[in-house]
Structure formats: C-alpha cells, structure tokens
Design a protein around this ligand. Sequence first.
Ligand code: PMP
Length: 462
Amino acid sequence: MSQPAPNSAEARDVLFHLHSQTNSQAHAERGPLIMDRGEGIHVFDNQGKRYVEAMAGLWCTSLGFSEARLKRAAAEAYDRFGFYHTFNHKTPAATIDLAEKLCSLAPIPNAQAYFATSGSEATETMVKLAWIYHAVHGKPGKRKIISRDRGFHGSTIVAASMCGMPRMHREFGLPLPGFLHTLCPDPYRGTLPREGMDDFVARLAGSLEDMIRQEGADTIAAFIAEPINAGGGVIVPPEGYFAAVEAVLRRHNILVLADEVVCGFGRTGNMWGSQTVGMTPDMMALAKGISSSYFPISAVVLGKPVQDALAEMNKGGEIFGHGFTNSGHPVGVAVALEAIRIYEEMDVVPHVRAMGARLRSGLDAVAGKSRIVGQVRGAGLMFGVELVANPATRAAFDIGLKIGARFDAEALRNGLIIRPMGDTIAICPPLIIDEAGVDEIIELFRRTLSTVEQEVEANLLA
Ligand code: PMP
C-alpha cells in the first residue's frame, strides 16, 4: 500500500487497532484491507472490489454473508429483550429450545448443552468438566490434557496450551504445565518411509499409549482433537485412527473431547466431523457454524456420565462455579436456532457432499496439470491443497520462498480469499455455495496457481 492519507481509515487502523494473528510490522507497512459488505458467498472491500470468500471468513459463515433470516431472528429476539442470562436457575426460553435441539442432533446419548460465546471458552469448559468428572470419581490427580501437534483449540491460555502450534506458544511461555501433545495423524507428512497406513495408525496409537504410561494414566484427564484439523493444514486422519486411539484412551479412563468448532454443522459432509472420522466423544465443543458466526455463541454438549458427576459434586449444595455473562444469550440462541432451521431446510449434508464432490474434482483436475501440487485433501467442503517443490518426492519449498503467502497475495489480486497455512492452501467456502460458486473458486484457484507456478519456475531457472 502507498502511504495512507493522514486520518484515512487505513492510517487510523494502523494507529489504533491491534489485529489478531497479524504481523504488526508488516501491517504498519501495508495497512488493512477494509471489508465493507457481503452478499452470499462474496464480500466487497471499501474500494468496491469483489471477492469470493472461499474461507467462509474464519471457517465460520456457513450461510454466507447476507442471510436475511438470521438478521430477522436477531431483530425479533432483541424486540423481547437485549439480554438475559443463565445464572442462578434463570434462563431465556429460547435457550432451552436451542439446548434441546443440539442434544437431539448430537451423536452423544442423553446429552445436555452448556453455552458460552467462543470456541476457546467451549474447549476450556470441557477441560473443567473433565477435571470435575475425575475428581468426583476419586481421581483428583487426573488433570493433564493430551492434544495433538498441529491441533487448534483457541487463544485463551488453556485453549492456546492445547494448540499444537509453536506460534500459539512462543511469546507466551506456553503450554502451561500439564498440557501434552501427541503426534499429528498426517498421512502425507507423518509416515515413515514405506510405512503402510495400518502401521502408521498403530504407531500413532502406540506412541500415545507410551506417553500415557510415561506420565501415569492417573495424571491424565482427557484427550482433545478436531475430527479433521482445520488451522493445522486440513489434516484428514487415516482410516481407523480414532478407533485405535480411543481404544487406548478408554483403557486408561481418559475422556475423549471432540473440538467440532469448525467441523460441526455439516462442514465435513456429515452433521458432525466425529461421524466423518469415526470418533465417539464424551463431550463436544461447538461454535462458528452454530450461528454462521452472525452472533458470538458456542456450546459444549456433554454426555450423561459428566452430568452425573456434576450432580454428585453438587449434592452438598455447592454450585457449578463456572459461567460467562453471555452464556445462552437470547439473541445468540435465536440466531443459532434459525441457522439450524436453515441447515435442515436446505438439507445441508447432501448439499455439502454434492458441492464438495464438484469442488474436489475441480481441484484435482487443476492439481493434475500442475507441477507444484503435492496433495489435495479434505472432506465435505473443507480442503487443503499442499504446494510442494517436487510432488514425486514430496520435497517442500524452501521456507524463505513463502510460497503460501505468495499464493495468498495473488489470490487476493484475483478476487479469491483463501487461507495459507504454511504452503498448504485452505479452501472452506460457505456451505450455501452452488455450482456457479464452486466453478468460480476452481477457475480463480487455477488462475492463481498458474501465476505462482510460472513465478516459481522463473525463479528456479534464474
Ligand atoms: N477450535 C477450533 C478447531 C478452531 O478452529 C477455533 C478458531 N479458529 C477455536 C477452537 C477457537 O474459537 P474462538 O476463536 O471462537 O475462540
């Protein structure tokens, strides 16, 4: 960006606004991209330039950027009251409806729902509930949490500790003690030479069990995983991974927590990511798609054993000493109820499968003609395209080339919003996308890839 005019929105942004997940130096130099409005799967910046939002914002606006029904649901809820809460036996009526709805949809029998406002709060709430569960069962020492390399679970201190990403830890002295990380089930990058998938799965489960034995099973409360890692590079675990891992966890009385913040509500081609990967969680965290992110609301769905532990703990008259001011906010629950109604009316699961299949075959076709695509992977409407220097050997690009960032910049120029995760390009469009939208993404992706590929080849030849 050229030097912004003083008092321009760009200059004021650099001066007054600290951005999430942004390099402050680079931001001061290039300034913000100011987004102005949305229409379906498209967004427009303040210069009027149109983009296909192929990331659904942050893997979240499943119903696109201008769903009038969600706006109306919020307005009607505001007509009743702007706020009510769930402390001390009180609740808005709509909050009961959403709790019942989530429990009827969730793959956890006899469930209850707890509400919060962000994915981070939901994942942290599951940690507290796991601690209660074990304490009530006479194992107060079972407190450690195992998550996975390249997992993402949020930005608050415990949630960030559970992330398996150096950038979430480095500056903060995290993870906190007691937050352990096991191997990422990445079939593309994680296998040993000539290792078959069954052996890979057995090695992952074995390494988890070694960690549990080394730490002592009596010190470990829970294991948390995204069914398909989103921010870590769209990693689809190999067949049988969760069955093998859960067998180990059950043996050692360790709870299984599913982070469905991205994967929930149809994203992976089933209502829940857990169903796509064969995971059977004791609790799950929901956010993002629950309201298509039109209102900050999240939830934990918890099974009967955890509810029973809470009941036991509260027998002496104590309360569940946990709660957010905006837990079960009446406007958030109204928006979420309407979002779920829309998912049901559009028959989201078959729609996602059909659009996902079309996107997948388009990306595969583009990849087939490219010399720098190592792998196209994903499920439903969530894909990662890993760019590599040599697809035959899977050799990565030199980090200094910043191929992912170059792809991102070129895509933006072409009016396509993707997310680079290292050299893997994530594509995770709104679930309402139709054939024309899918084809637009494929064409813009092809055009961007072709330019980046030409640049790479020119550089390599130079
Ligand atoms: N879990 C997953 C899988 C996520 O992708 C995210 C956010 N990207 C979170 C948790 C945290 O959600 P929030 O930013 O709403 O706290």
